[in-house]
Design a protein around this ligand. Structure first.
Ligand code: ADP
Ligand code: MG
Length: 241
């Protein structure tokens, strides 16, 4: 069956008065679809499970979408995530559209002051998340870090996000969950503005990387990302020193 054949039309959106526009992320049998939609001339983002295999949709698709919507609702006041506009049934959510693009690669972020303010905004966004008891866990993927024209960072894609302010599991893993996000910020600082890293930053990064070298951590991470379709890690290059 072709992908088009496997993807039911996003009719629930149309029924709510949305006009479906460009597809930003094609869905897959195990993955949600992301589209731009408009209503009354205003643009939004819709995420739906229309392309997902019914089995995956029932087994975990709806749970993951509900989980993401719940986190976005919890973070509404934070100012660092898009607002959840509407839930449509079990299979679709509509979000505020963030006018911006993914975090750019090194050579595209000029001048230096711009890089610094984007990185400061990224660190602020992550600290704000953590103050609200949430870790993102997929910030190595630059497509989950949207940067507006005025260099403000907005974080998207909370499928793998976790709350660490409640539940035994979350509380137990709190320091690990926080550290994963912090190390992602450090990695982006290392990539985009390595001169700004202190010896302590470099030391923390080195320790974390060697800890991650344990094969089982790597293998488990890869397996989880593959099974749940979590974004690919960007290739991180060591700065030429
Ligand atoms: N609220 C939003 N505003 C603008 N663009 C968005 C928004 N949410 C998602 N996107 C875009 O759609 C892409 C895919 O969405 P995302 O939630 O990351 O889904 P996936 O799980 O497929 O990675 C993002 O990388 C981003 O470019
Ligand atoms: Mg993503």
């Amino acid at each position: 069956m072709t992908r088009t054949g496997a993807s039911p039309k996003p009719d629930p959106l149309r029924a709510r008065g949305f006009i479906v526009g460009a597809t930003l992320r094609h869905g897959a049998v195990y993955k949600a679809r992301v589209m731009e939609v408009t209503r009354d001339g205003k643009r939004y983002i819709a995420k739906d499970l229309g392309a997902m295999h019914p089995l995956f949709r029932t087994l975990f698709g709806r749970r993951v979408l509900r989980h993401e919507a719940g986190l976005l609702e919890h973070l509404t006041e934070s100012g660092v995530v898009p607002r959840l506009v509407e839930r449509i049934g079990h299979d679709t959510i509509v979000l505020e559209l963030v006018e911006g693009g993914p975090l750019r690669k090194k050579n595209k972020l000029r001048p230096r002051t711009r890089i610094d303010s984007v990185l400061r905004s990224l660190a602020h966004a992550v600290e704000t998340l953590h103050r609200h008891g949430v870790s993102h866990l997929d910030l190595r993927n630059r497509r989950n870090i949207l940067v507006t024209a005025d260099d403000r960072v907005v974080l998207v894609d909370f499928e793998s996000g976790r709350r660490f302010d409640r539940g035994v599991f979350g509380r137990l893993l709190r320091s690990l969950l926080v550290e994963v996000d912090r190390q992602s910020v450090l990695e982006w600082r290392h990539r985009l503005a390595p001169a700004g890293l202190t010896p302590d930053d470099l030391d923390a990064r080195r320790r974390y990387r060697s800890w991650k070298k344990f094969w089982f951590v790597k293998k488990l991470g890869k397996r989880v990302r593959r099974v749940f379709g979590i974004g690919r890690k960007p290739r991180l290059q060591a700065p030429s020193t």
